[in-house]
Write a protein that binds this ligand. Structure first.
Ligand code: NAD
Length: 503
């Protein structure tokens, strides 16, 4: 809920043109520790003027940055990589404190961000063009160069407050663009620390800018004529809106949306070997991952054992403050998210599913004010119901038994989302059919969380991704550059052959 400024916790500032600046807009929202309900900071909701200041600073930094040789442009990234490694633990603890996931999970998140910095350090090779002598015709050469475009912006979600920004900005700036980042207003504190490290790493002022805010800041970025492109990650409804509004003002847009990922458990699945990867995908980060598998489609006789094994393992999960050792499942991000998830569990039961485990009963005596939802397993979730169809984004798994692999693939392909799907089987033929026919961007074969590493595109399809080029790796380099084709012909005319040029 937005309120006026004026409490005892610190109000964050934007980072514009290499300086920390007060936000002119006066509305703020509170960031709270989800494990304790303690206030941590207030986030200002930047208005169009605050956004314009950041875009202007980025635009001013562009000409000199673009003219800096690519090899030199990546040097601050190498320096930043080192700083991130040195501060990995501090950054991970910040993530836990404002977002709620466990420390182990947060360490992994920071590592995945660092991975992207490392991949972006290869940009001088990744953004090279290509050419062909006599490519256009005899004596006419043709080549393509990849050029930066100017100012890009990213709008990121709460669930990976560190990593997701790194899917974009290291590639964008290594390609010679300048950047404005708008993190989620729910957990923006870690980015403040990242920007301190960015400064220390030696990026020139204005190359990287930070703007706090919500919808108004997003609209200002989408409408600003100087911003050339937008990278977005968040819910599908927001992604569709961002894609449409950004495109309307002539920008290139890549927008990743929500998900409802299924895993298919075949009767020959090796549950002993793979139960832990399944559990990680169901309940890791309290189900608040776009790659969380929240739907299980057990095939035939796989149903009984899958239900038993998952329920047994889920009962053993320790719920608590993510900073405490031994905790498997932290709180969800906000009291509002908890209430929404409770309502979704209730709706699932009302629709006829059986609550094998009901997370609404969760108690963490040491953290009585935390926003906890226990691991939940709803069996008999029927296709077409809300619990089957809708993204709950909490530690809630629906099980929907099917008769065959055909039926499972048909159901997955009929869904509106297309982020990821996994199959657990010992059959190469079943796995091949799955990867061949399933219409999701990411596929796991005996892998619970099919998360592409930094050199690969973080894919997605249907309402899970709007656009063409995905985050990370080569796709990112292409998204942040324009291909320019140069066709060249020289003629010696009537002046005769060229002299003084030896062969
Ligand atoms: P969200 O859509 O509420 O917010 C994402 C960003 O959009 C935030 O920065 C927010 O300030 C802004 N925003 C929110 N509502 C807006 C509006 N009406 N107009 C303009 N801007 C708006 O998403 P969230 O709750 O922060 O994140 C969770 C969602 O993100 C889930 O649906 C999850 O699946 C998805 N997600 C997807 C991927 C992926 O790769 N596909 C990765 C991570 C998260």
């Amino acid at each position: 809920m937005a309120t006026a400024v004026g409490t005892d916790v610190e109000t964050l500032r934007n980072h514009v043109g290499g300086r920390w600046v007060e936000v002119k807009a006066t509305e703020t929202v509170e960031v709270r520790n989800p494990a304790t309900d303690e206030p941590l900071a207030r986030v200002p909701l930047s208005g169009a003027g605050d956004v314009a200041a950041a875009v202007t600073a980025a635009a001013a930094a562009f000409p000199a940055w673009r003219a800096t040789p690519p090899q030199e442009r990546t040097r601050p990234l190498f320096a930043l990589r080192q700083l991130l490694v040195e501060h990995q633990e501090e950054l991970a603890r910040l993530i836990v404190t404002e977002m709620g996931k466990t420390l182990a999970d947060a360490r992994g998140e920071v590592q995945r961000g660092i991975d992207n910095v490392e991949t972006a350090c290869g940009t001088p090779s990744l953004m090279m063009g290509y050419g062909l002598e006599d490519g256009a015709s005899r004596g006419i050469d043709e080549e393509v160069v990849f050029q930066p475009l100017g100012v890009f912006a990213a709008i990121t979600p709460f669930n990976f407050p560190f990593m997701i920004a790194f899917w974009f900005w290291p590639y964008a700036v290594a390609c010679g663009n300048t950047f404005v980042l708008k993190p989620s207003e729910q957990d923006p504190i870690v980015m403040r620390r990242v920007f301190e490290l960015i400064e220390e790493a030696g990026f020139p002022p204005g190359v990287m800018n930070l703007v706090h805010g919500g919808k108004e800041a997003v609209n200002a970025l989408l409408d600003h004529p100087t911003v050339k492109g937008i990278s977005f990650v968040g819910a599908s409804k927001t992604a569709a809106y961002v894609y449409e509004r950004g495109a309307r003002s002539g920008k290139r847009v890549q927008a990743s949306g929500g998900a409802k990922n299924a895993i298919v458990v075949m009767p020959d699945a090796n549950m002993d070997a793979y139960l832990s990867t399944m559990m990680n995908s169901f309940y890791g980060a309290a189900g608040q991952r776009c790659l969380a598998n929240s739907l299980v489609l057990p095939v035939g006789e796989a149903h009984g054992p899958a239900r038993e094994r998952v329920a047994e393992a889920a009962r053993a999960l320790k719920l608590g403050d993510g900073l405490e050792p031994g905790v498997d499942l932290g709180p969800v991000v906000s009291a509002g998210a908890r209430d929404r998830i409770f309502a979704a569990i209730g709706a699932g039961v009302a629709e006829g599913a059986e609550a094998v485990l009901d997370g609404r009963d969760a108690h963490v005596p040491e953290r009585p004010k935390g926003y906890f939802v226990g691991p939940t397993l709803l069996d008999g979730v029927r296709p077409g119901t809300a619990a089957y169809r809708e993204e709950i984004f909490g530690p809630v798994v629906g099980m929907s038994p099917v008769a065959s692999l055909d039926e499972a693939i048909g159901l997955i392909n009929a869904a509106e989302y297309g982020n990821a799907a996994s199959i657990f089987t010992e059959s190469g033929a079943a796995a091949r059919r799955f990867r061949y026919e399933v219409e999701t961007g990411n596929i796991g074969i005996n892998v619970g969380v099919a998360a592409p590493v930094s050199a690969f595109p973080f894919s997605g399809a249907k309402r899970s991704f709007f656009g063409t080029l995905h985050p990370q790796g080569r796709d990112a380099v292409r998204f942040f550059t324009e291909s320019k084709v140069v066709i060249t012909r020289w003629t010696t005319g009537d002046r005769g052959p060229i002299t003084g040029v030896g062969r």
